[in-house]
Design a protein around this ligand. Sequence first.
Ligand code: LMR
Length: 328
Amino acid sequence: MRKLLLVILVLAFLAGGCQTPARDFEQVSSQEKVILKFSHVVGDNTPKGRAARRWAQLVQERSRGRVEIQVFPNSTLYKDGEELAAVQKGYVQIIAPATSKLTEFSPVWQLLDLPFYYEDIDAVHRLLDGPVGEKLKQSLFARNLLVLAYWDNGFKVMAANRPLVKVSDFRDLNFRIMNSPMLAKQFRRLGANPVAMAFSDVYSALEKGQVEGSENPPSNLYSKKFYQLQKYITLSNHGYVGYAVVVNKSQWEALDQKIRQLLLDTLQEVTIWERQEAFKQNLEDLERIRRAQGTKIIELTPEQRKEWQRILMPLREELAQEIGEDWF
Ligand code: LMR
């Protein structure tokens, strides 16, 4: 028996080397506390804002305070145009930009900006949760960026100070867009002037009349009170806004494996919740805008919608030429 025990101990030693025994979250000192800064550009009471807080809270609880996600909403830490560089440099550990803003790094992300391309939210999820979603993630590895999850906002509506029903109604309007070449092409095709601008600058730009129109899901129009400056909203649902939860790849890989697992498991749970909440909240925020009665809500007839689609559909061909048909 002693010989057998000895053999087992030797084998165990050889197999595991001198691994330090797994430590649970109770045994860690405060010095070993892991703090992850999460910066984003929208309000707390939005699908992304609420999911960020929920993830932070669950991670705090399940790590017994060992891992703390500090959330900085409303561009308080970094605004559009800054947050990608900040996470690359490791000044902040987590961001969740709209996928449109990742077109800065790779044109393939324009796939998600294609107007009238996605039948419904399930079609978007099939793409993101499938091989294309994985390939998109790989397009950022060279930038030392890792996408951990895809969160939704929803489908965009058009808001402006004139009713937008016919394509000709867009003529010469200055339209605020996220910094994506596809969105610029979309508005040029509609006859408007696209103006790329950080989300945090939109309200004052609308107030000053620097732009007359914007596109976003209702939750962003409501939470940032853009609807108070825009008299008309057309329920076009013409394009999707979603987020990539992005971390600094080398910082992430340097994290303790147990902590990574806890963050990932909790994030997966939060992502399912976030997608359901995003769908619900956009319906509720549209009702809140409707009840506010300051903005006229316009529904397109199928014929009117067809005219928009006819004008915008060729963007799919253009993108296929730019990034290759294989993506499609
Ligand atoms: C925008 O810039 O309009 C949105 O992407 C903001 C956001 O993160 O929802």
